[in-house]
Design a binder for this molecule. Structure first.
Ligand code: C2E
Ligand code: MG
Ligand code: MG
Length: 582
């Protein structure tokens, strides 16, 4: 492939670039050409010598006349000419033709003027060689033409005549290879489907052709101040490069010129159409170090531009877009899980300090289409932001109530199931009715239910949360403050908080045994909890020494991998049965 660097193209039009992409370089060394010429000259000189020589050499006991070797050197000379044509195409053909035709007058002179009739076969041989090299040359031209046509078809988009996706990539890859700074712009016609749907594909195609023609002219006329190559990617998607700009303003000016060209009225079969497009772009090498990342970065930016509305500004790729896109993807997954009712739950046991089962915490679980778990730390924050968390809470609550209805019957009277409730959900007016509805539907006693509310979020709206929690408590439901210690709650608010249980966050348990002060800190949380009339549970207990310390400092309950990981409800039911037997 020839270099794609545009400075190698004389007039840098799209046509020229396509040609440079399709031109086939044949790698034959130039030294071979000179070598063949020297060999040709040597063979011809020797041929003359032996033709006019009357000498003999002895091959063994046979005398061999040097004149008889003339055929060998004549064939060698012709072979050199034929190889010149085969290997060096046009240049070889012209050189071969000149030297062979150039010899004919000398031969005719020998025959006519000097009556040297030995030269007659030479004229024939040269004539035949000329015919051979002409035939080879005609054949070469036919093959070249065919090859060029095939290559052109391979890089040109049939509908628009623009470089296709392959040619575009080839060109952009060339820029990446020579590490030239450039911008790749991904663009997509807005609502193009509606033109196709209402006016038919033929009209849709004409609109695309018109857009392609306008953009090709714009890129080729050289008035933009930047250099651009437009490619038709597929359907209503185009991509173009911007080179030779000085600033981001230059880039935006060029993109806006493309946009203006597009937004001018398009008239097809006497009908007027107004089209617009969204644009997303990324710069090499600032935003991406390779072509794949560059192109996907620009299309991510394009998606974002589309989301912002059809007349929005072009969007440049940023790393945050990846995060957004991931969140949106997770949101889509949550929505479909909620529609398909596939949110499920696992139950993690909670024990008192003597290893007697207190109950379980219900934890939401979700899988993607491939059956892989999506961690709650990934989907719960997204659900919070997109207002879907209360639906998740309720889905888990319902399943937990159903579990309680079946397995809970055999359990102790103080058996508890804890469900996590987001503060946003708690503050909704419908919350109390939602909870009552579930208790009635599954016929479970409120005393078996505990709701966990995360301290860190709760303190943002303490007053309203307090009121709502009092209502919850009136129903007979227990309340736990989750992740305690992470939210800097003040003692005064804790004092007035109608909770039953304090859950010490795992992060404190993790470091508890690393320093005496850490241990004292956890001990004082437990003491304060007790003073305020709350029971205390430690979360994320993993090791024996943590367990020992917690026993020592008077923790009431334990939840953690040391005594039980979150398990499916069937296994939780078995655990209840085992406890009852024990
Ligand atoms: P959380 O409510 O603090 O739940 C405890 C988390 O700690 C659970 O993670 C649990 O699996 C994990 N854990 C418990 N013991 C250990 C241990 O010994 N070692 C380690 N490494 N981890 C332990 P999970 O299930 O990933 O849940 C994460 C968070 O997602 C929960 O933290 C809770 O805030 C939220 N969440 C889960 N289900 C729901 C739900 O239904 N609704 C709402 N609003 N939030 C939920
Ligand atoms: Mg919790
Ligand atoms: Mg927690």
């Amino acid at each position: 492939m020839s270099s794609n660097k545009p400075s190698n193209v004389n007039k840098r039009t799209i046509e020229n670039i396509l040609q440079s992409i399709t031109s086939v370089k044949r790698q034959v060394p130039k030294s071979g050409f000179v070598l063949l010429l020297i060999l040709y000259i040597l063979a011809t000189v020797t041929l003359n010598r032996v033709t006019h020589s009357g000498g003999e050499i002895m091959l063994g006991s046979y005398p061999f006349a040097l004149r008889s070797a003339a055929g060998i050197f004549s064939s060698l000379a012709n072979l050199c000419v034929i190889l010149l044509v085969v290997l060096y195409r046009k240049v070889g053909f012209i050189t071969g033709l000149v030297i062979i035709i150039g010899q004919i007058p000398m031969m005719l002179f020998q025959i006519i003027m000097l009556h040297n009739y030995d030269a007659i076969p030479g004229v024939f041989t040269n004539g035949l060689t000329i015919i051979a090299i002409v035939i080879i040359n005609i054949n070469h031209n036919r093959v070249d033409r065919f090859q060029k046509e095939v290559l052109e078809q391979a890089v040109t988009d049939r509908l628009t005549g623009l470089p296709n996706r392959f040619a575009g990539r080839e060109y952009f890859a060339g820029l990446v290879k020579v590490r030239e700074k450039f911008v790749y712009v991904a663009t997509d016609i807005n609502n193009f489907k509606s033109i196709n749907d209402t006016m038919g594909y033929e009209t849709g195609n004409k609109v695309l052709k018109e857009i392609a023609n306008r953009w090709r002219d714009l890129a080729d006329n050289g008035n933009l101040g930047t250099f651009n190559l437009v490619a038709h990617i597929s359907g209503d998607e185009f991509g173009f490069s911007i080179q030779e700009y000085n600033s981001e303003e230059d880039v935006l000016r060029t993109i806006n010129r493309f946009r203006e060209e597009l937004e001018r009225r398009v008239t097809i079969d006497d009908c007027d159409y107004y089209v617009n497009a969204s644009f997303g772009y990324a710069e090499f090498p600032t935003d991406a170090e390779d072509l794949e990342t560059l192109i996907s970065g620009a299309s991510l930016a394009l998606h974002d531009a589309k989301r912002r509305g059809i007349l929005g500004d072009p969007v440049r790729y940023t790393k945050e877009l990846v995060q957004n896109e991931k969140s949106l993807e997770t949101e889509r997954k949550i929505r479909s899980a909620l529609t398909d009712d596939t949110i499920f739950f696992h139950l993690q046991p909670q024990y008192d300090i003597n290893h007697k089962l207190r109950g379980f915490e219900a934890l939401a679980r979700m899988k993607d289409a491939d059956g892989n778990y999506i961690p709650p730390m990934e989907f719960i924050p997204v659900a919070e932001r997109s207002g879907l968390v209360d639906q998740i809470d309720m889905a888990v609550f319902k399943r937990a109530a159903e579990f309680l209805q079946n397995a809970g019957k055999t359990a102790e009277p103080d058996f508890t199931i804890s469900v996590n409730i987001s503060v946003k959900h708690l503050l909704k007016n419908s919350f109390i009715d939602d909870v009552k509805g579930i208790l009635e539907t599954y016929d479970v006693a409120a005393e078996h239910i505990e709701i966990e509310i995360t301290e860190s979020i709760m303190i943002d709206s303490v007053e309203r949360a307090l009121g709502r929690i009092e209502e919850v408590r009136k129903l007979g439901i227990m309340v736990a403050i989750d992740d305690f210690g992470t939210g800097y709650s003040s003692l005064s608010y804790l004092n007035s908080f109608p909770a039953n249980l304090l859950k010490i966050d795992k992060s404190f348990i993790d470091v508890m045994n690393q320093a005496e002060s850490n241990k004292k800190y956890v001990a004082s949380i437990i003491s304060i909890g007790h003073v305020l009339g709350l029971e205390v549970i430690s979360e994320g207990v993993e090791s024996e020494d943590q367990l020992e310390t917690l026993k020592e400092i008077g923790c009431d309950y334990i939840q953690g991998f040391i005594w039980g990981r979150p398990v499916p409800p069937e296994e939780a039911a078995k655990l209840i049965a085992q406890q009852e037997e024990a």
